[in-house]
Design a protein around this ligand. Structure first.
Ligand SMILES: Cc1cc2nc3c(=O)[nH]c(=O)nc-3n(C[C@H](O)[C@H](O)[C@H](O)COP(=O)(O)OP(=O)(O)OC[C@H]3O[C@@H](n4cnc5c(N)ncnc54)[C@H](O)[C@@H]3O)c2cc1C
Length: 309
């Protein structure tokens, strides 16, 4: 159903299955789909007293199977791009793969790693997404942010965005990324294409594609251990380990696949079990990358408190 309020596309009791790559079944009480920047700002003003949940491509989120009470705003239709020389300015909802191709078409290097990441720009900056030796923050100059604490738009420089491994200041403050400006490096298109192809082949051989619903790497790689998160999980004998409809991917143990009807409870239980087994065997405490959205059961709450401490 499309409601006429503010004349912005809005759906009640909206099924979220197609808006998260893990394909968890959940329902949003209110789901808003602004078509442009102006509509997005109108929504922020409407929701100034209850910060809404923003989602991009849903590739790093775990929706509660109990549903989501807070309004959700989807950025996927806000995706304009402006290119001048080697400067590129893009809106939050643009897909990472589109951004990678756009840069390639202009002979600009810096986004080759984005070709295989199913992200939106907003989600990529929130997570400081990275792969193959590049991160989204490398070439970033500044970002336009909506600050819910002041109800206004601000510009932050790269330094002010506080980037570190899978972290940005967006995780700490009531900030919504509206757009970002990057300075890329002029290179031969053939060189850029070769790197993009190499990145895609690397992924194809190691990671599940989205036909096997997943949310990317489950845990961050620990910084106090020589082994990667995937290797630690493998050494605990958890390859193919299953709880409910969640299963550790056979070809790469740091991915969990939804085998059909997985719930947030299945996902929480398997993540917690993996965390506990790795801790017991190696005394290493893995930290999950995924962002939980919605109301937790009491047991989920207890487990996520330990996982994120
Ligand atoms: C198959 C697969 C491969 C992956 N490979 C990689 C990889 O190589 N490297 C990597 O880093 N990640 C990887 N990921 C994880 C994921 O794609 C990234 O974390 C990505 O950056 C998430 O972007 P998104 O748009 O999907 O964000 P969402 O999942 O929609 O949201 C993630 C978080 O960002 C917030 N957010 C989204 N948009 C905004 C905005 N405009 N302003 C403020 N906050 C916002 C959301 O509220 C949420 O908290 C992979 C995932 C999959 C499924």
């Amino acid at each position: 159903m499309v409601c006429s309020q503010l004349e912005i596309k809005h759906y009640d009791d909206f099924q979220l299955t197609n808006f998260n790559t893990l394909r968890i079944k959940s329902t949003a009480k209110q789901f808003w789909m602004p078509d442009n920047y102006g509509e997005m700002i109108s929504l922020f003003k409407k929701f100034k007293n209850e910060t809404p949940i923003i989602i991009g491509n849903g590739s790093n989120i775990l929706f509660s199977s109990k549903g989501i009470e807070s309004p959700i705003i989807y950025t996927g239709n806000i995706k304009s791009s402006f290119i001048l020389g080697n400067i590129i300015e893009v809106e939050a909802g643009i897909k990472a793969q589109r951004l990678s191709k756009l840069a390639y078409e202009k002979g600009l290097s810096g986004f080759e790693f984005l070709i295989g990441i199913p992200a939106s720009l907003g989600g990529a900056i929130y997570m400081n997404a990275g792969a193959h030796g590049q991160t989204i923050s490398d070439c970033l100059i500044s970002a336009k942010i909506y600050d819910f604490s002041k109800n206004k738009t601000i510009i932050l420089t790269k330094e002010e965005l506080g980037f570190s491994y899978r972290h940005s200041i967006l995780k700490e403050k009531p900030y919504i990324l509206l757009s970002a400006k990057f300075e890329l490096i002029k290179k031969q298109k053939a060189e850029i294409k070769a790197r993009m192809d190499e990145n895609l082949i690397f992924r194809k051989n190691r990671q599940p594609n989205l036909a096997l619903p997943n949310a990317g790497s489950v845990f961050k790689n620990p910084n106090d251990c020589e082994l990667s998160a995937g290797a630690l999980i493998d050494k605990c004998g958890l390859r193919g380990f299953r709880i409910g409809d969640c299963e550790v991917y056979e070809n790469h143990c740091n991915f969990i696949i939804n085998k059909g009807n997985a719930t947030s409870v299945d996902y929480t239980n398997i993540v917690f079990e993996i965390y506990s087994r790795v801790k017991e065997k190696f005394n290493v405490e893995l930290t999950p990358e995924i962002i939980y959205i919605g109301k937790m059961t009491k047991d989920e709450e207890k487990k996520w408190k330990i996982l994120l401490k």
